[in-house]
Design a binder for this molecule. Structure first.
Ligand code: SF4
Ligand code: SF4
Length: 457
């Protein structure tokens, strides 16, 4: 890859929709979420006039306008209108875990575990979400996740059967997702592949990495279990989605990790996240801000390996395919129940006690549902923008350093952290990559454009 990804994208001023511009030798790029245009340098002024026009004759300018206006509208809908009628129910049913991950951000070993989620509480929440889905004609999404390992909860088969009954009575679609560490008996893995539409498996890479980062409670390596579960998922014909946490110790090994995950485990898609600044990540796992370029170049090499398998290696913090911001549940229309029968505004809370301590529990006074006023108050805090984000090319698709940077936690404030730096590098590189395919068109036309979900015009 050349060095052009180092050149910044600047926001084009005086437009009523978002467009970002990067000037390269002999050409310029114009980008809005979903659409990219390359313009010959001697045609840029004319193109800007077209962009400003109410009815551009040039198709590429018209499309840039349409995509830009649609991105701005989606943003308003998700983050300004702030409707909180959840269409997804996420459950951390218990805090029990069979691993002892070196960077765990969940419970501390010294703290007593919180009570498992009550089944009646879950079913009542499921009914609320199902009603919202019916109203909007949307499918119901159930996510079983962990503030521990969810398959350790023996009540899961009963719970899934009861929710299944509720959904089938309502006549709407049902999408079931399980996030697991993969450490489970083989028969549980068979049950899981038959029960869930999609399973996300956490795996940080080769056996030697797993031995250190994700050991069993007894100190042994958990990788044989993970490999077994991956095999069961593949044998059932399901896509294997893997989530990798990258630490300072594994950051430069991303290409080898990719080879292992695609070659040995036969992964279909891998999502990559730098380790959160958690309770234990201070113990040498954390990646410091100045390592952003090293992280980026290792990520891109791993991505090339994924490409050689015709698979995707994705960064979770910046996703050009959609409109997104921080991971707060109060913006994603997710009702998130946590052990201790709490309702959390934040994905990172592993239990009610923690959510209450951080002032992120959104239960109402009699604990039967959500406190709407509190949700609105949190939404207005969590929607706050850093000045740097306002004009950034990633404005419409960046997690804004979450969870390391959180507007609700003043101690975590600060700009230009690791995640921000990585996200800017990645977006510029991804756009450069797509722009390469447009170059030949500029021999015949003054502009060439492509959508960022495949097609080209
Ligand atoms: S850490 Fe803060 S910004 Fe991130 S999801 Fe939680 S509440 Fe939202
Ligand atoms: S956090 Fe950084 S990359 Fe993300 S929108 Fe803000 S300035 Fe841009």
């Amino acid at each position: 890859m050349n060095d052009l990804w180092r050149l910044p994208f600047e926001k084009v001023e005086a437009l009523t929709f978002p467009v970002y511009r990067q000037d390269l030798p002999e050409r310029s790029l114009f980008y809005t979420p979903g659409y990219l245009v390359m313009v010959n340098a001697d045609y840029v002024d004319e193109f800007l006039e077209q962009l400003n026009s109410a009815h551009p004759v040039l198709q590429t300018a018209r499309k840039l306008q349409d995509y830009g206006k649609s991105a701005a509208q989606s943003w308003e809908f998700q983050f300004k209108d702030m409707k909180f009628e959840p269409l997804c129910l996420t459950l951390y049913t218990s805090q029990r875990c069979n691993l002892n991950c070196s960077y765990c951000f969940s419970q501390d070993a010294q703290e007593p575990l919180e009570a498992d989620l009550d089944i009646g509480f879950i079913l009542s929440a499921a009914k609320t979400v199902i009603e919202n889905c019916k109203k909007e004609g949307a499918p119901f999404t159930l996510v079983i996740h962990g503030g521990g390992e969810p398959t350790l909860d023996q009540r899961l088969p009963q719970l899934m059967a009861e929710v299944e009954q509720l959904v089938s009575r309502s006549g709407i679609g049902f999408f079931r997702y399980l996030a697991t560490n993969g450490v489970m008996p083989e028969e549980t893995a068979h049950w899981a592949v038959q029960t869930f539409d999609e399973i996300g498996l956490s795996c940080d890479g080769m056996p030697e990495i797993h031995a250190i980062q994700r050991p069993l409670k007894n100190g042994k390596n958990s990788i044989p279990w993970v490999e077994q579960t991956a095999k069961v998922i593949k044998a059932a014909g399901k896509a294997l989605h893997i989530r990798v946490t990258v630490t300072s110790q594994t950051m430069r090994q991303m290409p080898e990790i990719a080879s292992y995950l695609y070659g040995t485990l036969r992964a279909d898609e891998v999502r990559v996240e730098p380790v959160f600044q958690g309770r234990r990540s201070g113990q040498g796992a954390e990646i410091t801000d100045e390592l952003a370029e090293d992280y980026f170049s290792s990520f891109m090499r791993a991505r090339n390996i994924a490409g050689s398998y015709n698979k995707r290696w994705i960064s979770t913090g910046v996703q050009l395919e959609g409109i997104h911001s921080r991971y707060c549940q109060v913006f994603r229309r997710v009702l998130h129940l946590v052990p201790g029968d709490g309702i959390s505004a934040c994905f990172k809370m592993s239990g009610r006690r923690q959510a209450e301590d951080k002032d992120l529990d959104i239960s109402n006074a009699n604990r039967t549902g959500v406190d709407a006023q509190r949700v609105r108050m949190l939404q207005s805090i969590l929607a706050q923008e850093d000045a740097a984000c306002e004009n950034c090319v990633n404005h419409y698709h960046c997690a804004r350093g979450c969870p390391d940077r959180c507007p609700h936690d003043p101690a975590s404030s600060g700009e230009d952290g690791l995640r921000c730096r990585i996200n800017r590098l990645m977006t510029t590189a991804f756009l450069q990559e797509r722009a390469e395919a447009l170059k030949p068109y500029l021999h015949h036309y003054p502009t060439a454009g492509c959508t960022l979900r495949g097609g080209q015009s």
